[in-house]
Design a protein around this ligand. Structure first.
Ligand SMILES: [Zn+2]
Length: 336
């Protein structure tokens, strides 16, 4: 194992729907009318390896993988495999997977309950086999009507013993945060952690959306938030209020949120004192894992091994998984 592989890791931002093993996709695809004939075809349909035009194009590419998430058996399997890969390949001890019940359910004959029970079975099985703590975050899709968001929030609250947090994802442009505020208030009151996808795409308003996420939605962590480096005042607020950013290097490069990996502001934000964590976002579709992201942070961004360990420790300390559960699997002291 290389020194980077050896680092005990914690990850806060990984979408379960986009963590499928290539072998599993090859096996499942023909069952759903997708016959794959070559590696090239597989890559074209299921992977994003070159920077895409914009976030919208990327989100569309997720739909082929979604077709495979069709039964509780498949969901249990992919949840187990995703957690197993984290432990065995990436030395992850603490990991939060997030998924969107409305996205998984689309076109499939499953209730939210059936979806969630299957996923919980998969991750609990992994926790029995490996010394790791796995948490699940429930995602609201910003692009759906608020009525759907209400249903998802109610579902997350009803299952607060098996969800650790609530998130809202999808494109921010043209989708105001404010209508969702009462939902996040209720979720927080029920004890769920709040994280919000915000400040991902390079829009002149991106930094102000991050402020809305914090002040209007009560975000305790920000999914991405990468664009705040353009606004010193917002950077200062995020730093002073100790709001961790769930940064995703390869993802940001492929969705063209940043021009390239060298220009990514991870190091700049870290040096400024912002709580930065390193994440994979969608490791299956982006062909990455946390070892690779750490290597990029080290080789291209210039973070030292100690700084990488610090990012890992920040993630471990700001996970929404109960601290008693995290302490059992994390080799260092946890301050929170
Ligand atoms: Zn994400």
């Amino acid at each position: 194992m290389s020194p980077i592989e050896k680092i005990n890791k914690a990850e806060l931002h990984r979408h379960l729907e986009l963590c499928l093993r290539p072998d599993t996709i090859w096996e499942l695809a023909p069952r759903f009318g997708i016959s794959l004939k070559s590696q090239r075809e597989f890559q074209e349909r299921f992977m994003i390896l070159e920077p895409m035009k914009d976030l919208g194009t990327v989100l569309n590419k997720f739909l082929d993988t979604q077709k495979l998430l069709a039964t509780p058996e498949i969901l249990e399997r992919i949840a187990f495999e995703a957690a197993e890969d984290c432990y065995r390949n990436e030395n992850l001890r603490i990991v939060e997977f997030r998924y969107s019940p409305t996205f998984v359910a689309m076109g499939h004959d499953m209730t939210f309950e059936q979806i969630h029970e299957a996923i919980v079975r998969g991750v609990r099985k992994a926790e029995e086999v490996y010394p790791m703590a796995v948490g699940l975050v429930c995602i609201i899709q910003r692009i759906l009507p608020v009525k759907d968001a209400e249903r998802v929030t109610d579902f997350a609250i009803a299952n607060k013993d098996t969800f650790v947090g609530l998130d809202i994802a999808d494109n921010e442009e043209g989708f105001d945060s404010k209508p969702f505020a009462p939902l996040f208030k209720r979720a927080a009151a029920a004890g769920l952690g709040i994280t919000v996808h915000s400040g991902e795409a390079p829009n002149p308003k991106a930094a102000s959306w991050v402020m809305d996420a914090i002040e209007v939605l009560g975000a305790q962590r920000i999914g991405h938030g990468v664009q705040i480096y353009r606004d010193e005042a917002v950077m200062k607020t995020v730093r002073d209020r100790k709001i961790p950013l769930e940064l995703c290097l390869t993802s940001n490069m492929l969705t063209t949120a940043v021009p390239d990996l060298k220009e990514h502001p991870l190091k700049k934000l870290f040096d400024y004192g912002v709580l930065t964590t390193i994440n994979t976002d969608d490791p299956g579709i982006f062909n990455t894992n946390l070892n690779r992201e750490f290597r990029i942070a080290h080789q291209i961004q210039g973070l030292s091994h100690e700084e990488l360990e610090k990012c890992s420790q920040i993630a471990a300390e700001h996970s929404f998984i109960p601290i008693s559960k995290r302490r059992k699997v994390w080799p260092k002291e946890l301050a929170r």
